[in-house]
Design a protein around this ligand. Sequence first.
Ligand SMILES: [Zn+2]
Length: 320
Amino acid sequence: MIVNAHTHLYSALVPRFPASGEHVREERRDFLAILESLWWPLDRTLDERSLRAAARLYVAEARLAGTDVLIDHHESPNFIEGSLDVIADACQELGVSALVCYGATERNGGASEARQGLAECRRFITSNRRPLVRGAVGLHAAFTVSDETMRAAGRLCRELGAPLHVHVAEDAIDAKGFARLVANDALVPGSILAHGVHLTEEEVRHADLLGCWFVQNPRSNEANGVGYPSALRASSRVALGTDGFPSNIDDEVEVILHRESADVIAQRDGAGEVLARELGLRGRQPATFDIDAIRAEAAKEAERLWERMNESQCAVAPYR
Ligand SMILES: [Zn+2]
């Protein structure tokens, strides 16, 4: 079973933008600049149409690349309620098993925005009846939420029996993220911590004791220049994800071939299947779809999304 243990379906339209990369500021190419210049304006601009086109394209291409299970982390601050249904419908219709969540954050609208994000997770988890799809509770990352939001996420996980899915210590800006998640009792067994680049081995062992999973995203870490997650060698539960890159796990393995032993690579390559079977994700099912039509719709929506992003650039308020 091929499992992509951390990705973002909403990112699928970016490679089809008329001039991809232009949004990243020339003078700054650090992690926060990449978020502020591309990913956050993008997620603020997503609406139902563009999200549907992105999700269908990502899932269809993932299936064609052999993916059985996708673990998605989603944010669309101006289209929160109902967004997980759009993603889940794409996965169910295209026959790919998935765990979905909304990554609650306070970076646009403060505590109210975070409450809406957690409410979307609750709504989806309690109402979803799609056999191929499950729901998780999501936080964007510790550095964009308050302690109270973390505590609320932990309570929701325990109430619904769902794991937490959150970015942790992807960049030095979030180096204290794990300690805050622990202090606020946000982590439950089975939680999925994406990245862990700036964690110590002691923190990784602590997460292991709590029953958490890590997901290493080699291409993304390299592209964002955030560093290498060496401390993850202290965990026995490390799966691989593509973090918005096309869903090809072999390409992720390629990046770590010169960094890790064959045993470690084999363990990480196979860990996703173990994670999926804990989560009760059964893998892909037969489905028929018209990939040319899906790609054509994606191209059309990519152009519309690009234009709307450019129109709203002056209204963008970067996170501080
Ligand atoms: Zn991510």
